[in-house]
Design a protein around this ligand. Structure first.
Ligand SMILES: C[S@@+](CC[C@H](N)C(=O)[O-])C[C@H]1O[C@@H](n2cnc3c(N)ncnc32)[C@H](O)[C@@H]1O
Length: 278
């Protein structure tokens, strides 16, 4: 996987092969989080920033043949990937796939009963996400739901690697993003963006994806890629040389870390859910 699994539109960790591997490694918790939103049969739902379409099959199952799923992404190759996925699954639910931006949604007002947006906010500035939330509210019907899932990388761990190393990397990424960027630590702090556009009845819930050794092969493969990804990010930040060396060594020989009988991967994420006033 080349250049941090970058899309043609410049988003790291967002190429379809990476997204599929990540989704597979965390499928149980990711699908539980989507079910938690409460999408009903017959609803019209938008998957905003759908990536490789990991959530699309479950969205189709939830809305059923009386419902409708739209999925939009900025990267044309990701939409092409979802087109293949939908074709091969012989999906019976009407699906509308589009290349486009969450900043300027190509949908009429009040088109959807629910907007689901997973792991996109992290790539945006605070100003952009404010605009995106305005778009989500605009395209959602009165009484409908807006649900945003985001990571909290301040809790990412590859135990028994000292958790303070990844915590310092998260802090350095945050400092570099300064006041303007949201970043992959924004999961717990999206409430104000919901309230600012008038969304009500906010609910927030966190999940911890936890995978102890021994890991199944697909999970192991993804975590190996992630260890290397984090080591690649680390060299772009101001970190103590001992942290850089520990991450470099882990990336050079990930089997040593993953074969530890006490190895544990931990990834935390938050779903924020708000309702458009009826
Ligand atoms: C980390 S991936 C998440 C994909 C998927 N939602 C998931 O959780 O598996 C981020 C996705 O956001 C898309 N993206 C980034 N900025 C976007 C924008 N302004 N409008 C639409 N999609 C965007 C990227 O192309 C990428 O597919």
């Amino acid at each position: 996987m080349s250049d941090m699994a970058m899309t043609s539109t410049g988003h790291r960790g967002s190429a379809a092969s990476w997204l599929d591997a990540h989704f597979e490694a965390a499928r149980a918790e990711y699908e539980e989080a989507l079910r938690f939103v409460g999408i009903q049969s017959g609803w019209s739902v938008l998957d905003a920033g759908c990536g490789a379409g990991g959530y699309v099959p479950l969205l189709c199952e939830l809305v059923g043949v009386a419902g409708r799923v739209s999925a939009l992404d900025l990267a044309p190759e990701n939409i092409a990937h979802v087109e293949r996925l939908v074709r091969e699954a012989n999906c019976t639910v009407p699906i509308d796939l589009r290349v486009g931006s969450v900043l300027d949604l190509p949908f009429a007002d009040s088109s959807f009963d629910c907007v689901w947006c997973a792991n996109v906010a992290a790539f945006l500035t605070k100003a952009e996400f404010g605009r995106v939330m305005g778009e989500f509210r605009r395209v959602t019907k009165p009484g409908g739901l807006v649900a945003v899932k985001e990571l909290d990388v301040t809790l990412l761990q590859f135990l028994p690697l000292d958790p303070a190393i990844l915590a310092r990397l998260a802090a350095a990424r945050r400092a570099k993003a300064a006041e303007t960027g949201l970043g992959a630590w924004c999961g717990p702090s999206l409430g104000p963006f919901f309230r600012r556009v008038g969304l009500e009845e906010l609910v927030r819930r966190s999940w911890l994806v936890e995978r102890w050794a021994p890991l199944p092969p697909a999970t192991r493969q993804f975590i190996t890629m992630l260890v290397r990804f984090m080591a690649g990010l680390a060299v772009e930040h101001d970190l103590p040389p001992t942290d850089l060396e520990a991450l470099r060594a882990a990336a050079a020989d990930p089997d040593r870390l993953l074969d530890d009988p006490d190895f544990c991967f931990r990834e935390a994420f938050v779903v924020t859910l708000g309702c458009v006033p009826a």
